[in-house]
Design a protein around this ligand. Structure first.
Ligand SMILES: *[C@@H]1O[C@H](CO)[C@@H](O)[C@H](O)[C@H]1NC(C)=O
Ligand SMILES: *[C@@H]1O[C@H](CO)[C@@H](O)[C@H](O)[C@H]1NC(C)=O
Ligand SMILES: *[C@@H]1O[C@H](CO)[C@@H](O)[C@H](O)[C@H]1NC(C)=O
Ligand SMILES: *[C@@H]1O[C@H](CO)[C@@H](O)[C@H](O)[C@H]1NC(C)=O
Ligand SMILES: *[C@@H]1O[C@H](CO)[C@@H](O)[C@H](O)[C@H]1NC(C)=O
Ligand SMILES: *[C@@H]1O[C@H](CO)[C@@H](O)[C@H](O)[C@H]1NC(C)=O
Ligand SMILES: *[C@@H]1O[C@H](CO)[C@@H](O)[C@H](O)[C@H]1NC(C)=O
Length: 672
């Protein structure tokens, strides 16, 4: 048993007449003043400022102030025995990674029981033995067998709405304050901008600006899983890391830019897509780092914020670009369940492949992106990462559920029989990765009766499409870039510059990272008709692709499933630019050789609006320039289908998980 050690100043005494809880100087500097951190046993915890219970009660005033850990136990037993309580605490400890028995010793104990329940002598003895200082039974619990014991007892009014789990409890002249409590985890991978906690009773969140003083790693608050025990919603208690381009009411949206965070107030409304997850019961634990405004960037081009650490291999590999914070978090921390990213031209699919997690880019247009910083509205999608294929398919099925005019769950009566294998992108550069890829395809063939069909995309494209703006990869990429440049400039860059000038007269243009700065510079000369031309070219490719390569099909949803690699083909790509020029390593963005494929593989689904699911299939070794030993790098297979076939791809993933082919990946150095 550990002792309760408060990490900050003691709670100030306050007069009972002041019903708003008055706690003193705290760890946090901004919104969460009144919050505090403490240690218990070997762990660090946090209690936010907002209380779930606060006020004076007839028998709750004490002369001096005490601050204690508190446990809420809830049972439906009419006779509460020691056995009942022992079983309950064992269950709590096994279900949760926040509550521990340390909360009992020298703590307060709330017992939620049905009306007319009786506490027997064995339970009383157990409570005393745990070292409980305050016992707070539900009004009406018969505690006549609970002898005088030095334990302070007062009854919990029925109006208190407490869920089982860990809390902090303070009592003094100001009455009682009960606050939720969170396990604090050190963000060693620097994946987060800051942590967040829901404000009890409100739709808003509070920002937790707490850092470990050395290295400035954020402390991330993780809620007890016990808080959602009685919550029947399908994603109750699912812990989510949220990319910092999604608005969350009450906390700063930064979009990876210090300038942006400086001039915009925290949003007063949560993004529609995020609200949908909250309504399903999910809880946001923090905002994760993004490249600036989700523009593509290599790790060394992150200047406003430090690039997150990909935990895989030697810890010095890239996790690609804009959703890298979310990808690092899902691969590094078993205390989060899913991480939200966004995918415009690969920013869920690439990081997912690089960290070896599940990832999805849904059918374009299927999610309302109000409240999300836009990049290229013609290609932007909301996606996410997960380690567990069962949770991955469950969340996707609920979150992307057909609720807009753009379907994600078109019907199918059987899986497609064709695996479309575009030879342009194969073989993978590491033969061991190709072997893993092939063996996954062999499983699709034997288990689902599919057959691999080779196509040369470049040849098919050149023989069907006459528009040189499409067949020439240089002009096509330029046009595709304009979809982002134009929208990002007009919807983000221009308003930001205006706000900056108004806030800091004479300060000139807001400082930006190199890629958005260059993109905004190019965009300044783009006309609306340049943009319209880029949209038209994109749609022309989409029509071509969906009529010749990945055709919709009534029986199988998509005539075939295209397979692609979104990673590096099993070669290391480091966060340090110079190392990528060494033999055996690779840059992440590969320049397309003459006669090679028309476009990078990540452009296909983005341009044609297709759903794409990434499945980690294994790992291969490489010799690290950092650790100077063999390390492992994950290999994934991406599956692409016609728009609206998200449900089919997810059902296939679910079946692969049942077969044991799609496995839960681990956190840390290796995925498997
Ligand atoms: C902390 O204590 C728990 C038991 O209370 C133990 O399981 C865990 O391994 C300890 N963690 C560390 C980092 O010492
Ligand atoms: C406590 O758990 C044990 C073992 O699971 C069980 O045998 C016993 O009936 C339980 N007792 C109560 C009171 O729930
Ligand atoms: C919320 O913020 C928007 C944009 O800043 C503003 O127009 C609106 O009035 C605010 N609404 C409330 C209820 O404060
Ligand atoms: C598609 O529909 C099935 C059956 O109703 C459901 O189980 C699944 O979750 C849905 N998937 C999506 C992506 O909406
Ligand atoms: C592709 O377009 C670029 C830029 O317009 C041009 O320089 C190049 O010659 C074109 N390539 C071919 C093969 O036409
Ligand atoms: C673009 O960059 C050039 C070179 O730095 C600079 O002279 C010019 O003012 C910039 N224009 C805009 C619109 O950002
Ligand atoms: C695909 O076709 C292009 C153009 O015909 C050709 O240059 C290339 O070698 C082909 N790729 C493969 C892998 O066969």
């Amino acid at each position: 048993m550990g002792s309760f050690t408060r990490l900050t100043a003691a709670i100030a005494a306050a007069v009972c007449a002041t019903t708003t809880a008055a706690a003193a100087i705290e760890v946090s500097t901004t919104a969460a003043s009144g919050a505090f951190a403490y240690t218990l046993g070997n762990a660090t915890y946090y209690s936010p400022a907002a209380a779930v219970v606060s006020g004076c009660f007839a028998d709750s005033k004490r002369g001096s102030t005490e601050l204690l850990p508190l446990t809420v136990l809830e049972t439906d037993q009419m006779t509460v025995t020691a056995d009942v309580l022992v079983n309950l605490t064992r269950t709590y400890a096994s279900l949760d990674d926040v509550w521990t028995p340390n909360f009992l010793s020298d703590g307060a104990l709330v017992l939620l029981t049905p009306p007319g329940a009786v506490l027997d002598a064995s339970a009383g003895a157990w409570i005393i033995a745990t070292g409980t200082r305050y016992l707070l039974p539900t009004t009406g619990l018969d505690i006549s067998s609970f002898g005088s014991s030095g334990v302070n007892v007062f009854f919990v009014p029925g109006s208190w709405d407490l869920k089982p789990g860990p809390y902090t409890f303070s009592i003094g002249p100001a009455g009682v304050t009960i606050r939720q409590t969170y396990a604090l985890h050190r963000d060693r991978l620097e994946a987060f901008v800051f942590g967040t906690t829901p404000v009890p009773g409100l739709s808003a969140y509070a920002q937790v600006d707490l850092v470990v003083s050395s290295y400035q790693d954020a402390w991330i608050p993780v809620p007890s899983r016990l808080y959602s025990l009685g919550d029947g919603r399908p994603l109750a208690g699912v812990r989510v890391a949220l990319k910092d381009i999604y608005d969350l009411e009450g906390v700063q949206t930064g979009g990876g830019s210090r300038s942006y965070a400086e001039v915009y107030a925290p949003p007063n409304k949560t993004a529609v897509s995020v609200q949908k997850l909250l309504d399903l019961g999910a809880v946001i634990v923090g905002k994760t780092k993004t490249s600036q405004f989700a523009h593509g960037a290599d790790p060394w081009q992150f200047l406003d914020i430090h690039y997150p650490w990909n935990p895989r291999g030697d810890g010095y590999l890239t996790a690609a670009s804009s959703s890298s914070g979310s990808a690092a978090a899902i691969a590094g921390y078993d205390w989060i369940d899913i991480a939200l990213g966004s995918d415009t031209r690969g920013s869920v699919r690439k990081p997912a492949a690089l960290v070896g997690s599940y990832g999805i880019r849904p059918t374009w247009g299927s999610m309302d992106l109000t409240g999300v910083i836009p990049l290229a509205t013609e290609m932007d999608t909301a996606g996410f990462f997960a380690r567990d294929p069962a949770l991955f398919t469950k969340v996707a099925g609920l979150w992307f559920h057909d609720s807009s005019s753009v379907p994600v769950n078109k019907t199918f009566t059987r899986f497609p029989s064709k695996i479309i294998y575009p030879v342009d992108y194969f073989p993978l550069r590491n033969p061991a990765a190709q072997t893993l890829f092939d063996s996954f395809l062999a499983t699709l063939e034997t288990e689902f009766g599919m057959l691999r069909t080779q196509i040369n995309l470049t040849t098919t494209l050149r023989s069907t499409v006459s528009d040189p703006a499409i067949t020439n990869s240089t002009t096509f990429q330029l046009s595709s870039n304009r979809l982002a440049e134009y929208v990002s400039y007009h919807q983000v860059g221009v308003p930001l510059a205006e706000k900056w000038t108004a806030a800091f007269p004479g300060a000139g243009y807001p400082p930006l990272d190199p890629n958005p700065r260059a993109a905004f510079n190019r965009s300044a000369s783009l006309t609306p008709s340049d943009y319209d031309a880029a949209v038209a070219l994109k749609n022309k490719f989409k029509d071509y692709f969906l009529s010749t390569v990945l055709r919709p099909n009534a029986e199988t949803c998509s005539e075939g499933i295209m397979v692609l690699d979104m990673g590096t083909g099993g070669l290391p790509s480091y966060r340090e630019q110079a190392l990528n020029a060494l033999p055996g390593a690779t840059a992440l963005s590969v320049t397309i050789p003459a006669g090679g494929p028309n476009m990078p593989s990540n452009y296909l689904a983005s341009t044609a609006g297709c759903p794409e699911v990434g499945i980690p299939v294994g790992q291969v070794s490489y010799r690290s320039e950092i650790s100077l030993q063999e390390e492992m790098i994950p290999v994934s297979v991406d599956l692409v289908a016609a728009p609206g076939c998200d449900g089919m791809l997810l059902e296939l993933t679910r079946r692969l998980a049942e077969l044991g082919v799609a496995k839960t990946v681990r956190t840390g150095r290796t995925a498997f």
